[in-house]
Design a protein. Sequence first.
Length: 281
Amino acid sequence: MAADIRVSIDRGGTFCDVIAHVDGRDQPLIFKLLSEDPANYPDAPTEAIRSVLEAVEGKPIPVGEKLDGSRIASCRIGTTVATNALLEHKGESFAFLTTKGFKDVCVIGDQSRPKLFDLSIRKATALHSAVVEVDERIVPADYDLNPTPLDKEAASVSDAADTADLVRTASGELVRILRRPDPDAVRAQLRALRDAGYTSLAICFMHAYLHPAHEDLVASIARSPEFGFAFVTTSAATSPTIKFLHRSTSTCTEAYLYPVIRRYVDGFRAGFRVPPRRVDC
């Protein structure tokens, strides 16, 4: 039976460091190659696997030939692809969908000034390329220090968001539905974004950490065959936390970087006719 191979790859901005452990061998294979060398290979991690297989099997494997990764028990790749895309502003162009009235949340931020006495302030640019305000709104129905608390026993509460204005969330809290998103209006907004060439969306609504139904509705329409947006990120799935600004920036960051990482991973997998048994990035 052929020995298993476990490969770890650290792809930096200049060099790609590789270490491969082969069952039955005392010493690992350790080497490095250029992270970018289009004249000799299209993808550095794939080239690293090819070099490892050549060394282990003792026979040449032509560059560009799809690899048999069945002997690779695990392949772990650390990369600065996402970090570089963020620092160099080379992420995916995406649209930010948020509750009506809050389109500038990521632009305003928390109004902090890290350099208080700096006379030349350069405000960071928001990641999104377009903003769409969805006419929806939910609010918490009660709060702990309310002097006239809601009578939760007497209140007409439903677990279904489409049948009542007062809804009990999965955490047991109550939210009041002030306005549900109109599917037809949402479709019109999504159609305009699709026609403008957007394929990635970040969706973050007020209080979606409590009740994500409105985000889920918009996301399901965006992912449907009618529109087919390739990358749809919701705040409830990405960062279900109470702070709206933090949820917004986290969701936008994922919409900005995930497509870059997805294409990178897909490009790596495209180099194999039989993929490694496990790949962690």
